[in-house]
Design a protein around this ligand. Structure first.
Ligand code: C5P
Length: 235
């Protein structure tokens, strides 16, 4: 076998789900298992890439052969992703980042109150890491070293099928990334399973690509699309 389609390329991939602490024993989290991100890393390695893998919380260990960094909260992930993205050819943001975090962290375990009052948790917005990196890239211009190809993920519940193209196109434009992988999630769909059905959208107007099957098969399709986009010289 000759050199793979991503030989000489550096691919940064975030994976897993962030956790936002409420007190020393509790957090707000999500059902991301990290499986799709792990599959992407393996496919990128097979394609010959150097893989920088930024792992939030995952059910499985990171694959062997990657340059690994870890993060727990969205804020930590932002730092780790920014560092890994510098000098990379591609950033794939497959991590499920908490959109909100508790407004305040309580330093000791929150107790049941004597008056039986229901506790209220106030949430505040987390930064959108993907959108901020793309804004940063634009601000730095040609002198910058953020990746020319950024791939976002969009996990949609319920009506994703009906409006996937329209909704995905709007999200692609809003986020400003070059590619968006749209999938449907729910209690028993996608998160934690080995199957996935996605539509890959391209900002340059290329025909959407549908991929369905195991997360390994979906990962191969995404990496193939990435290699294709790099070959064409994105942006
Ligand atoms: O807007 P939405 O959360 O659906 O966008 C999902 C994409 O944005 C994913 O690629 C995810 O990794 C990224 N994201 C992010 N920072 C956030 C929320 C999502 O980078 N706070």
């Amino acid at each position: 076998a000759g050199p793979g389609p991503l030989a000489g390329k550096v691919v940064a991939i975030s994976a897993g789900g962030t956790r936002e602490p409420l007190d020393p024993v509790r957090y707000l989290g999500n059902r991301s298992s990290g499986r799709q991100g792990i599959a992407l890393a393996k496919a990128a390695l097979v394609a010959g890439a150097t893989v920088r893998f930024i792992a939030a919380h995952m059910d499985l260990p990171a694959p062997e052969g990657v340059e690994l960094s870890t993060a727990s909260t969205a804020a930590q992930l932002q730092g780790a992703v920014t560092e890994a993205a510098r000098g990379a050819d591609v950033l794939i943001m497959s991590a499920a980042v908490a959109d909100f975090r508790p407004a305040e962290y309580v330093g000791s375990k929150i107790k049941k109150s004597d008056d039986h009052a229901d506790p209220v948790i106030t949430l505040v917005r987390n930064p959108d890491i993907l959108a901020m990196l793309i804004a940063q890239r634009a601000a730095e211009g040609v002198a910058g070293d953020l990746p020319p190809l950024v791939v976002g993920f969009a996990a949609e519940t319920g009506d994703a099928e009906a409006g996937v193209l329209e909704y995905g196109a709007a999200k692609l434009a809003r986020k400003g990334c070059e590619m968006l992988v749209v999938n449907e999630v729910g209690e028993n769909l996608t998160f934690g399973t080995d199957e996935n059905t996605v539509t890959i959208l391209f900002a340059d107007g290329a025909e959407p690509v549908h991929a369905s099957g195991s997360k390994d098969q979906v990962a191969s399709s995404v990496i193939e699309a990435v290699a294709g986009a790099l070959g064409e010289g994105t942006r």
